[in-house]
Ligand binder design. Structure first.
Ligand SMILES: Cc1ncc(COP(=O)(O)O)c(C=O)c1O
Length: 447
C-alpha cells in the first residue's frame, strides 16, 4: 500500500484517537494564522511512527515497500528518503566512508555540507580546483584528468567527492571518473542535488549512479517539485559503500521524527516523475527552453554545452549582469537564482510552465541600456589557500572573531563561502588570504 493510501485509510476508516506525538492531535490544535496559511490538511497528515506507518530509521513495512519501489525506479541497490535535504545525505555518505585523518579528494566547488562533513569525520581534504570560465563567471565540471592526477599524487585517498551537475548545471566527466575510482577501489560520492530530473529525461549526462558512482544525492525540492527540503540518496548496484553503513550514518545525524507530509510529497513527486506524464513534462520543459533560447537576439545568450538545459544561465555578451538583475527585479518583477558579474542563473523545474518561460525570455530579449563590464571588474583569484590544520581541529580550536583586514595569515576557524560562484573561499584550517579579507568584514580565526 502507498503512503498516500495508508494516510487516507487512517483518516477515513480507522479514526483512532491518537495519544502520541505530534501534540496537535491530528489537527485538533492549529493556530488560526497557521490554518489560514497552511490549511488543515497538512496537520491531518502529520503523524509519528504510529501503527501501520513504519519507521524510517529501520523501515520494515510501508516505508520499506516505498523504498523498494524507488530502487526499481532509480535502478539503485537501495534508495533512501532524506527529510533533511541533500546536505544530510552528503554528510551521511562521508560518515559511512571516512575516518579520522583519512584523505579524501574533493572538488573545491563543493557545497558547505561537504566542508561540514570534513569537520564531523576528521578527514583531510585534497582539493581539486575546477577550471574557471571567465566569460560566464562560473566553475566548469571536473575532468577525469584532474581526478587522475589527484589519485596519482594521493594513492592513499579513501574517497572522491564531486558535484555534478554544479549549481549552474555543468556536468563532470563521471563515466571516466568512476572508472578511475573503481580502479583505485575507492568510492565516488556525487552531489547531484541539482540533478533530480536526470533519470526522467534525455540529458547529455546520465544520472551519477548509472555512470558508476557509488552514492549520489538528489534534492527533490530543487528542480523536481517536492516540498523543501525533500531529497533522496541512491546507493549504486556495485557500490563499495554498503546500504547498512549509509542507514547507520543517517540514523546518527537525522531526526527520529521524520515528517510524514514531507515523505508523502516525496512519494507523490517520484511517482509523477516516473509516469509517462512526468517524462513528458521534463522533455517539454527542455524543448521549450531550447526553442526560446534559439530566438534570443544576437549577443543575448543561454549557456549550452555539457550541461543541464533546465538551468538557464544567461548573459548579454560583455554586459554587466548585476545591472540586468537590477532591471529584472525592480522593473520586471522577476527574481533570478543568482547573478555574477557576467551571467545570471534562472532555475527552472517541473513547476515552470510555458507561460513563465515565455514571460522570462520576452523580458530578457527586451533588456537594453546595460553598461559593459570593464576589464577585470569582477575577476577574483580563487586559487587554493594554504592549509595549516585539519578542518576538524580548526573548528574545535579556541577562536575569536577578528576584523578581516587583521586576519591575513591567521588560521580560519569557519567556512567562508562566496555566492556566486558558490565556492568556499576558505574552509576551517586554511590561512586567511587577501581574497577572503576583501570579501568579508570579520573572520573567525583560531587563537
Ligand atoms: C550543489 C549543492 N549541493 C548540495 C546542496 C544541499 O542541498 P539541500 O538544500 O537539499 O540540503 C545544495 C543546496 O543549495 C547545493 O547547491
Amino acid at each position: 500500500m502507498s503512503l498516500e493510501r495508508q494516510i487516507k485509510k487512517f483518516k477515513n476508516a480507522e479514526k483512532k484517537l491518537l495519544f502520541t506525538t505530534p501534540s496537535h492531535a491530528q489537527g485538533n490544535f492549529i493556530p488560526e494564522k497557521s490554518k489560514n496559511m497552511l490549511g488543515e490538511k497538512v496537520f491531518e497528515c502529520d503523524f509519528s511512527e504510529i501503527e501501520g506507518f513504519d519507521n524510517l530509521r529501520k523501515p520494515e513495512g510501508i516505508l520499506n515497500d516505498l523504498l523498494a519501489e524507488f530502487s526499481e525506479i532509480y535502478s539503485s541497490k537501495r534508495t533512501f528518503i532524506l527529510t533533511n535535504g541533500s546536505s544530510s545525505g552528503l554528510i551521511a555518505a562521508m560518515l559511512a566512508v571516512l575516518k579520522d585523518n583519512d584523505k579524501v579528494i574533493v572538488a573545491r566547488n563543493c557545497h558547505v555540507s561537504v566542508t561540514n562533513g570534513l569537520v564531523l569525520t576528521g578527514a583531510v581534504p585534497v582539493w581539486i580546483l575546477p577550471e574557471f570560465d571567465p566569460q560566464w563567471g562560473i566553475f566548469k565540471g571536473i575532468t577525469a584528468d584532474s581526478v587522475k592526477n589527484a589519485l596519482n599524487s594521493h594513492p592513499d585517498a579513501k574517497a572522491v567527492i564531486l558535484t555534478s551537475p554544479t549549481y549552474e548545471g555543468l556536468f563532470s566527466e563521471l563515466e571516466e571518473i568512476s572508472k578511475l575510482t573503481k580502479n583505485a577501489q575507492i568510492p565516488l560520492i556525487v552531489d547531484e542535488a541539482h540533478g533530480a530530473l536526470l533519470p526522467f529525461g534525455d540529458f547529455c549526462s546520465k544520472p551519477a549512479i548509472y555512470c558508476g558512482a557509488d552514492v549520489s544525492v538528489q534534492s527533490l525540492h530543487k528542480t523536481a517539485g517536492a516540498l523543501t527540503p525533500a531529497a533522496l540518496l541512491h546507493v549504486g548496484y556495485e557500490s563499495l559503500i554498503s546500504a547498512e553503513n549509509i542507514q547507520n550514518a543517517l540514523n546518527l545525524i537525522n531526526t527520529t521524527s521524520p515528517s510524514y507530509p514531507l515523505m508523502l510529497s516525496v512519494e507523490q513527486t517520484v511517482k509523477f516523475l516516473a509516469s509517462s506524464e512526468g517524462f513528458e513534462a521534463v522533455s517539454a520543459l527542455q524543448n521549450e527552453i531550447k526553442r526560446l533560447s534559439g530566438l534570443l537576439p544576437a549577443g543575448y545568450e543561454v549557456y549550452s554545452g555539457f550541461n543541464d538545459p533546465a538551468k538557464i544561465l544567461f548573459r548579454i555578451n560583455g554586459k554587466n549582469a548585476y545591472e540586468i538583475a537590477e532591471i529584472l527585479n525592480n522593473k520586471c518583477a522577476i527574481e533570478e537564482e543568482f547573478t555574477n558579474g557576467q551571467s545570471l542563473l534562472f532555475i527552472t523545474g517541473i513547476g515552470t510552465d510555458n507561460f513563465r518561460l515565455r514571460k522570462l525570455f520576452e523580458v530578457l530579449s527586451e533588456i537594453r541600456g546595460v553598461s559593459s563590464v570593464q576589464e577585470n571588474e569582477f575577476s577574483f583569484d580563487f586559487s587554493l589557500p594554504k592549509c595549516a590544520i585539519r578542518p576538524r581541529d580548526a573548528f574545535f580550536a579556541q577562536k575569536s572573531l577578528i576584523p578581516a583586514k587583521n586576519a591575513i595569515g591567521k588560521v580560519a576557524a569557519q567556512a567562508l563561502l562566496h555566492y556566486p560562484p558558490g565556492i568556499p573561499v576558505l574552509v576551517p584550517g586554511e590561512l586567511v588570504n587577501p581574497l577572503a579579507s576583501k570579501l568579508f568584514d570579520e573572520i573567525e580565526c583560531v587563537l
